[in-house]
Design a protein around this ligand. Structure first.
Ligand code: PMP
Length: 348
């Protein structure tokens, strides 16, 4: 057999993003939501799989623009916001150019940098995982990153950067593209979407994977001023969103009546889960997302719960173990709490 052709050196060191395929009873590990918008199903018989989809996803962009209160010229859609973040990092960064973000944050930012040879610079969050914008501004003035990515609310910590702090960042940074990853913004109260026409260097990322409960259809959006969208259209992969995803997203966006109620339910459940975990001596951090970041009171909680069919996420930061738990339905959260109670009982 001939030798395997090697990947680029910067890419070869990457760890593959393998996703858990363990059988489970309750899945609280990926910040997914409930399927409430398309629960009635939809008919796809009229779609034509032999033809390419609308490469520009015009109808979908019109629907999104209506929902987000902007113009369709402010929107580019992609195969989840993942595709769009990757595209942007690749398009703006040559080898060696810098991308700055806080750590811990969404781990894929670093991966997208590695793919194109950009240098990822992580600014450490504070002890309580709050994000010091002054520190970020100072580091940016010093290191002049091509891109600054701020995840708001932050995944995995749940920290919410205030509008004032976002404005401070935008006012103080002129030479970097600022990406605000708002994958979870529907669950908080802060968005920078209204600022896209004020700051030409601002891009806001949104997704239907979280508050819309549609992670499976892979639809995300990049929202920016029309000039920026037109400028970056050249790097959009043609036909990037298939006919089924476009159709499903249009269907979902055609009746968004239930979205606010769903978001409010999740916020209520988040509060309840927070209190239940607090009673069980978990160290907790305030969260603006559909998840809770926590330092558990017992060792190996992630593995112990996994053996009982309850999936959560484990993060190791500065040699300490943390968990991120997605807020599930009332029943799912109760199963989680019951299992934890049994585990903690077993430890006493
Ligand atoms: N940004 C953040 C902060 C995320 O947590 C995720 C998904 N986990 C994404 C972006 C990507 O979401 P999607 O590709 O499903 O739109």
């Amino acid at each position: 057999m001939k030798a395997m052709i090697r990947l680029k050196p910067g890419v070869e060191k990457l760890q593959a993003y393998f996703v858990n395929d363990i059988p489970y009873r309750v899945k609280l590990d990926a910040n997914e939501g409930s399927n409430y918008l398309l629960k009635g199903g939809f008919n796809i018989n009229h779609l034509k799989p032999n033809l390419y989809p609308d490469s520009d996803s015009r109808e979908l962009r019109r629907k999104m623009a209506e929902y987000y209160g902007c113009d369709e010229t402010n929107i580019m859609v992609g195969n989840g916001s993942s595709e769009l973040i990757n595209t942007i990092v690749n398009a703006y960064c040559d080898k060696g150019e810098k991308v700055m973000s806080f750590t811990p944050s969404f781990s894929m930012y670093q991966t997208y940098c590695d793919l194109c040879g950009a240098e990822f610079i992580g600014i450490e969050t504070e002890e309580d995982f709050s994000q010091n914008i002054d520190k970020l501004i100072l580091a940016a003035k010093d290191q002049k990153p091509k891109i600054i990515i701020l995840c708001n609310p932050n995944n995995p910590t749940g920290y919410v950067t205030s509008k004032e702090e976002i404005l401070k960042l935008l006012e103080n940074i002129d030479d970097s593209l600022v990406i605000l990853d708002e994958a979870y913004a529907d669950f908080s109260y802060v968005t920078a979407m209204d600022l896209i026409n004020t700051y030409e260097n601002l891009i806001v990322m949104r997704t239907l994977s979280k508050a819309f409960g549609l992670a499976g259809i892979r639809v995300g959006a990049l929202v920016a001023n029309a000039k920026t969208i037109e400028y970056i259209w050249k790097v959009k992969v043609p036909y990037n969103l298939n006919i089924y995803s476009q159709y499903a997203a249009i269907e979902a966006l055609s009746n968004t009546d239930g979205v606010d109620e769903y978001i409010n339910d999740i916020k209520k459940l988040r509060k309840e889960l927070y209190m239940q975990l607090e009673d069980l001596q978990f160290q907790l951090y305030p969260s603006g997302g559909n998840f809770i970041f926590t330092k558990p009171p017992i060792d190996n909680l992630f593995e112990k719960l996994m053996r009982r069919g309850v999936l959560i996420r484990e993060f190791i930061y500065k040699e300490k173990v943390y968990n991120r738990i997605t807020v599930g339905t009332k029943e799912e959260n109760q199963i989680l709490i019951d299992e934890i109670k049994e585990l903690i009982g077993g430890c006493l």
